[in-house]
Design a protein around this ligand. Structure first.
Ligand SMILES: [Zn+2]
Length: 145
């Protein structure tokens, strides 16, 4: 499977110098093949030593950055396996700083949400409780005692 693309071709893919259909074929193969993902990451890392950081390459080419919605779904683990693997490759293997910052942001607001939810639920439950008591004659009586 990996033999389908030469290193030369994969490097050209990194530089976005391939015909569109070949670009798409490589991106599809990347989504499907973890070994290929690792191989491209290795090629890109080697290239880093040539002066370009992989983050720069990625940002310059804006290669395959998942959408904000995709990243959100990734955090919530609601993406299908292929898609999740691709996002994981993008943020973990490639280490796209842009997406990592975005994920970090989302993670922090997600962590705040359960607290807010709990507080809201408590307020709702206590007012529901009060309403229930008002509606019940015996409880209303005991409330007056
Ligand atoms: Zn990205």
């Amino acid at each position: 499977m990996q033999a389908a693309f030469t290193d030369h071709e994969l490097l050209a893919w990194l530089e976005e110098q391939l015909p569109v259909d070949r670009m798409a074929a490589i991106e599809k193969a990347l989504r499907d093949s973890e070994p290929l993902q690792r191989h491209v990451a290795l090629l890109a890392r080697r290239r880093d030593q040539g002066g370009h950081s992989i983050g720069e390459i990625w940002r310059r080419l804006r290669l395959s950055c998942p959408t904000r919605a995709d990243l959100g779904s990734y955090l919530l683990e609601t993406l299908d396996a292929d898609h999740a693997a691709y996002v994981a490759f993008h943020v973990q293997t490639i280490g796209c700083r842009f997406c990592l910052a975005l994920l970090d942001d989302m993670q922090q607001s997600q962590q705040r949400t359960p607290e807010r939810e709990t507080r809201r639920r408590k307020i709702f439950e206590s007012s529901a409780g009060l309403l229930g008591r008002d509606a019940s004659a015996t409880e209303a009586d005991s409330f007056q005692e």
